[in-house]
Ligand binder design. Structure first.
Ligand code: G3P
Ligand code: CA
Length: 272
């Protein structure tokens, strides 16, 4: 069983898009590697395809992380599944050939990711971020909640099942999720660039009990962590790849760090 954030003396470590520093982001291999390395959880971004499937892809367009072209929301799942989502990341020193595992370069659907996590029987902290949800009416939130419901993951945490949290920069999107499924815990993301888009006074929108802060905010204003905690809110921080940042988060009592480098961050937080 993975650690409970309420009792663990260190921040939980969540792999951002999987162990994405080493493996192609959002692929099954990246998630499996993260869990093998001892991560407490995983993060994924979800987008809707043209035919209304949720897929784990960060960018609006597919060019950076696949050999295809176009906008995710304009392409059908079948077309996205034809693409190679791994070769862009292949490094000359990679121990394995990119095609050693036929699933390595496959697009990961959100349903498949949940299927794998549920089958593990582990209580993996599973952070799901909706990307640009307001472009699609409430289709993203509806599809997300339907998918969680299919796996019986929409009614709060239960033993032996992934512990799902839905995250978004969009308060509107979080409120839609809350209306559709009030027992799914929510995380309000706040970025540092162009100034935080929400007040950092420690309060959060109705129904939201966790803030997800950009590490750049903590470097400048570490005291904000205490503000959120004083209001009874949990604090998650992204993207914590450097040892100094991980140590800062641990000192401040952050609940969860989200990192592309779970193994290295675990080493900082759990010295052997
Ligand atoms: O975990 C939050 C973080 O992932 C938000 O930024 O751009 O990496 O999705 P981004
Ligand atoms: Ca994300």
């Amino acid at each position: 069983m993975r650690q409970d954030p309420a009792t663990t003396p260190r921040p939980l470590v969540v792999a951002h898009r999987g162990a994405s520093d080493d493996e192609p982001e959002h692929t099954l291999g990246a998630y499996q590697r993260a869990l093998d390395e001892g991560a407490d959880g995983v993060e994924c971004d979800v987008r809707l395809t043209a035919d209304h499937h949720l897929v784990c892809v960060h960018d609006r367009r597919v060019e950076r992380t696949s050999n295809g072209a176009g906008v995710v929301s304009a392409l059908e799942l079948a077309r996205l599944e034809e693409l190679d989502w791994a070769s862009w990341k292949t490094r000359p020193d990679a121990a394995e050939a990119p095609d050693a595992d036929p699933e390595r370069g496959r697009l990961l659907t959100f349903r498949r990711l949940l299927d794998v996590l549920v089958s593990s029987g582990d209580e993996v902290l599973t952070l799901v971020e909706t990307k640009h949800p307001t472009r699609h009416g409430d289709d993203v939130e509806k599809t997300l909640v339907q998918t969680l419901r299919f796996f019986d993951l929409d009614r709060g945490d239960r033993p032996g099942a992934p512990r799902v949290r839905v995250m978004s920069f969009s308060t509107r999107a979080l409120q839609r999720v809350h209306r559709l499924s009030p027992r799914v815990p929510l995380v309000q993301l706040v970025k540092a660039s162009k100034g935080p888009h929400l007040p950092l006074d420690g309060t959060l929108p109705p129904g939201v009990r966790t803030v997800g802060l950009d590490i750049a905010i903590l470097r400048r204003a570490p005291h904000v962590v205490e503000r959120f905690r004083r209001h009874g809110n949990a604090v998650f921080v992204w993207t914590v790849d450097e040892q100094a940042d991980a140590a800062l988060c641990a000192r401040l009592g952050v609940d969860v760090v989200i990192t592309n480098r779970p193994r290295s961050v675990m080493r900082t937080l759990v010295p052997t």
